[in-house]
Ligand binder design. Structure first.
Ligand code: GDP
Ligand code: IMO
Ligand code: MG
Length: 424
């Protein structure tokens, strides 16, 4: 019962979309297990480039089925917009995309509450994507959420929306001093979803369970990154779900014993969008250069990504949590042309050197990274498809990462396109 899980090993945007699309050709079902439209997964081949937010990154392979699992929070407007985009590109979606009836919904009031809460936090703002993710998960765990299945019954939906919005309006007005929501307008808009979403809604847990029993290959696509995990990340500067490996079991209903391969997606340097600690951040010309060469601007919000050197202490920690069986190292081409490349191999905490990643932010904010300096390479490696095409320095850099983490690299990415890849 082979399940492969693809997980971001850093703070997101490692190139998960590219890798999922690449390996999906040998897979039967690709399933998203957490997060929502805060994700932006870019897929490129030939002269095409698309960004997916909710639909799994296997959708551009006609023979692949796609699942949005119970652990995802779904904005019905966003998912229908994405389905239309994919249909307009000539891909069949009905019969291939299956949305869990148990997944929770994101409603306009979740975005309003998030906006108000971020404003209220002021200097302590998280820098969220504004997609309503946190407040939707809050409702789920408060057991007041509205689920996909509720969209299919207009009367139930109307009742639940009224109850939820009464509470949200009281909070928005009295706590945050924000505007009230127009309850009738929201009801009118969302009751219309019953028929259009109906063909996609199913019991995805049963679907996946049956597929695994039949020996089908399932790929679980993580969104965000391990350091944004609500438990293991740099709390409170995290997202509200579990991108780490356990999220795949609770977000899809697949047993841990079915997981056979866990691929850690590692960007060859490091980026972060939004606020929070980032020990190896570069606030100088080299950071600017990485942003420019790597086109490091958010695929969802367009925000410039903060850039820095590869942090092996953080990666050792996320390798430990997820049990990566192999790595896909992306964006190696972006490092071409640098005279030298630094890699963080230790943290100095209170004068002592350590390889432990402290995930409490007060300690993390006070650490001093310890670097090893490796030689760079001049040659442009964009589009390399074999290890032999890489200069020695690039191969040494890859070996340094694998040696430190004690995990082999099975894929090296040399450009944004599907075909710009080395399969080791
Ligand atoms: P995801 O959220 O992990 O799927 O990553 P994003 O799509 O948000 O960001 C990754 C960006 O890097 C996208 O623009 C990709 O097209 C691009 N990309 C992925 N792999 C490579 C690579 O090996 N080299 C270069 N230059 N770009 C890449
Ligand atoms: P993909 O799947 C990078 C960040 C936000 C913010 C924090 C919380 O494309 O890698 P949220 O809206 O989730 O409540 O924001 O998490 N964040 C991401 N950063 N890539 C993502 O997704 C992200 N999804 C959320 O910037 O710091
Ligand atoms: Mg992204």
């Amino acid at each position: 019962m082979p399940v492969t899980v693809v997980i971001g090993s850093q703070w997101g945007d490692e190139g998960k979309g590219k890798i999922v699309d690449l390996i999906a050709k040998d897979i039967d079902i690709v399933a998203r297990y957490q997060g929502g439209a805060n994700a932006g997964h870019t897929i490129c081949w030939e002269d095409k480039e698309f960004v997916l937010h909710l639909v799994p990154s296997g959708i551009f392979h006609e023979g692949v089925q796609c699942v949005i699992g119970n652990g995802v929070v779904i904005d019905p407007v966003a998912v229908m917009k994405e389905i239309d985009m994919i249909r307009n590109l000539g891909y069949e979606v009905e019969g291939r995309l299956h949305i869990s009836h148990n997944a929770h919904l994101i409603m306009p009031y979740h975005k309003k509450v998030e906006e108000a809460r971020e404003r209220w936090r002021d200097a302590g703002a998280i820098g969220t994507t504004g997609r309503g993710i946190g407040p939707s998960y809050v409702d789920k765990f408060a057991r007041t959420g509205i689920r996909v299945v509720d969209l299919l019954d207009r009367d139930v939906l109307r009742k639940k929306l009224i109850t939820s919005m009464e509470e949200k309006n009281a909070i928005l007005q009295n706590v945050y001093g924000a505007d009230e929501l127009d309850v009738d307008a929201i009801i009118d808009e969302y009751v219309e979803f019953d028929k259009i979403i109906d063909p996609f809604v199913t019991d995805t847990t049963e679907l996946l369970g049956q597929a695994l029993a039949d020996g089908k290959r399932v790929l679980a696509e993580g969104a965000q990154g391990s350091l944004l995990d609500v438990d293991f990340g740099t709390y409170p500067f995290v997202t509200s779900s579990h991108p780490t490996v356990g999220g795949c079991c609770t977000g899809l209903g697949v047993p841990p014993t079915a997981v056979e391969r866990v691929i850690g997606i590692v960007k060859a340097y490091c980026t972060r969008v939004g606020n929070g600690p980032f020990p190896t951040e570069l606030l100088d010309e080299t950071g600017e250069e990485l942003r420019r060469t790597g086109a490091e601007f958010g695929a969802t919000t367009g925000r410039p990504r903060r850039c820095g050197w590869l942090d092996l202490v953080a990666l050792r920690y996320t390798t430990m949590i997820n049990g990566f069986t192999d790595l896909a190292i992306t964006k190696l081409d972006v490092l071409s042309g640098l005279e030298e490349i630094k890699v963080c191999t230790g943290y100095r905490i209170n004068g002592k050197s350590s390889r432990r990643f402290p995930n409490d932010i007060r300690t993390l904010e006070g650490i001093e990274p310890e670097y090893e300096t490796l030689p760079g390479w001049k040659q442009d490696i964009t589009g390399a498809t074999s290890m032999e095409q890489l200069p020695t320095e690039a191969r040494d850099y890859l070996a340094f990462i694998s040696d430190y983490l004690k995990v082999p690299a099975s894929i090296v990415s040399s450009g944004p396109k599907r075909e710009q890849t080395i399969v080791c």
